[in-house]
Design a protein around this ligand. Structure first.
Ligand SMILES: Nc1ncnc2c1ncn2[C@@H]1O[C@H](COP(=O)(O)OP(=O)(O)OP(=O)(O)O)[C@@H](O)[C@H]1O
Ligand SMILES: [Mg+2]
Length: 308
C-alpha cells in the first residue's frame, strides 16, 4: 500500500496548544513521496512542535495527521518503525562510544548481531565517521556529532527522514558534506522533512517549503516561485544613512525592507532603476544582487528581533 502512496504526510487542521498558547495553530500541509519538504520560520514559530508531531513523539491537540498511510493517533509505533528522526538537540549517550551509541539505538528496531554491525559500519562510512568508531562522544567535534545523529536516524532505513536543523552551527564544509548525503538519500527514494534557519540550505535542498510564524503557515511554495512572487528577480541593497534615500523611496513608491544597516529594495522595476540608483547614490553605497529566499523570509516575517 505504501508503495502506491502519493502523500507520505497529510496534515489537516493540525494543532498543538499549551494552555493558552497555540504553538501550532490549525495547519494544513502534505508531503509527496521522495520530496524534500522544509519548514522555515523565526524562533518559536512552531517548527519543532510540528515535526515532533509528525514523528509521533508529541501528540497533537487537534486536527488530522496521516504519516506513511497510517493515522498518527492510531498507529504511532508502526509509523516510528519506518521513520528516522534527528532532533534539534544532539542527544547522544556520552557514556558510550560511537559504535555503542548506534548499537543501543539499533536494538529499538530489533537490529542486532551481525546485521547491526554491518549496518552501523555502513552508516559510519556513509557519514565519513569510520575512523571515529571507537571514539568517545566528547572527543567528537560538533559537526561529527551531527553526522553521527544523522547516521543514527538512518539505522532502520527509514522511508521518511525527519531532520530538525540538521546543520545548525556547522562550518561550510560539514554543511556541504551533509547536503550531499541528503541528496543521495533522496535519490535513493527517501522522503525528507526538515527545518532550517539557513536559507541557502532550504534553497539547495527543498523541493517545496512553508514559512511558519506564530504557529501558522504563512506561505507555501517552491523556493523559486516564492522568490519570484514575493520579491522579483533582483534586489538593491543600500547602506542605511545614505543621504536622500528615504525621500527617493517615498517618491518612487518602491517596495523595500529596512534594517539597522541596510535598505533592501525589491520589485519588478529594480533592474531598470539600477542605473539611476547607482548613479544617484554611488556604487560604493549600493549593490545590485539576485533576490534570494532570505529576502522572502524577512519580508514575510519581519526583521525585528522577537521578544518570545
Ligand atoms: N513543552 C512546551 N510547553 C510549553 N510551551 C512550549 C513547549 N514546547 C514548545 N513550546 C512553545 O511553543 C512555541 C513553538 O515552539 P517550537 O519549539 O515549535 O518553535 P521552533 O519554530 O522550533 O523554534 P526554534 O527556531 O527556536 O527552534 C514556542 O512559543 C515555545 O515556547
Ligand atoms: Mg525548533
Amino acid at each position: 500500500m505504501e508503495d502506491t502512496l502519493v502523500n507520505v504526510i497529510e496534515a489537516k487542521g493540525l494543532s498543538k496548544t499549551y494552555g493558552d498558547l497555540a504553538a501550532v495553530d490549525h495547519i494544513d500541509f502534505s508531503v509527496k513521496k521522495q520530496e524534500c519538504f522544509g519548514f522555515l520560520g523565526p524562533n518559536g514559530a512552531g517548527k519543532t512542535t510540528t515535526i515532533s508531531m509528525v514523528s509521533c513523539f508529541l501528540e497533537p491537540t487537534g486536527g488530522e495527521l496521516t504519516v506513511l498511510g497510517k493515522q498518527a493517533a492510531l498507529a504511532p509505533r508502526l509509523i516510528k518503525q519506518d521513520i528516522g528522526f534527528c532532533p534539534q538537540e544532539d542527544n547522544l549517550d556520552t557514556d558510550l562510544r560511537v559504535a555503542d551509541n548506534l548499537r543501543v539505538f539499533a536494538r529499538y528496531f530489533d537490529i542486532v548481531g551481525i546485521e547491526e554491525r554491518r549496518r552501523s559500519d555502513e552508516l559510519l562510512h556513509f557519514m565519513g565517521l569510520s575512523s571515529k568508531k571507537n571514539s568517545r562522544i566528547d572527543e567528537l567535534s560538533g559537526g561529527m556529532k551531527r553526522r553521527l545523529m544523522i547516521a543514527r536516524s538512518l539505522l532502520n532505513k527509514p522511508k521518511l527522514l525527519i531532520l530538525d536543523e540538521p546543520t545548525a552551527g556547522l562550518d561550510p564544509q560539514s554543511k556541504h558534506q551533509i547536503w550531499e548525503k541528503l541528496h543521495q538519500l533522496k535519490k535513493e527514494g527517501t522522503t525528507i522533512l526538515m527545518t532550517t534557519h539557513y536559507m541557502d540550505e532550504a534553497s539547495h535542498l527543498c523541493d517545496r517549503l512553508v514559512i511558519m510564524d506564530n504557529g501558522k503557515i504563512i506561505v507555501e511554495g517552491t523556493p523559486k516561485t516564492l522568490i519570484k512572487d514575493h520579491i522579483g528577480s533582483s534586489v538593491v541593497e543600500i547602506a542605511s544613512g545614505t543621504e536622500g534615500i528615504e525621500r527617493y523611496l517615498k517618491e518612487k513608491k518602491l517596495d523595500h525592507e529596512k534594517t539597522p544597516t541596510h535598505y533592501f529594495i525589491h520589485g519588478k522595476e529594480v533592474p531598470s532603476l539600477w542605473p539611476e540608483i547607482s548613479a544617484k547614490f554611488g556604487e560604493d553605497f549600493c549593490a545590485l544582487r539576485m533576490a534570494n529566499l532570505e529576502d522572502v523570509f524577512l519580508k514575510l516575517t519581519g526583521r525585528e528581533l522577537r521578544e518570545s
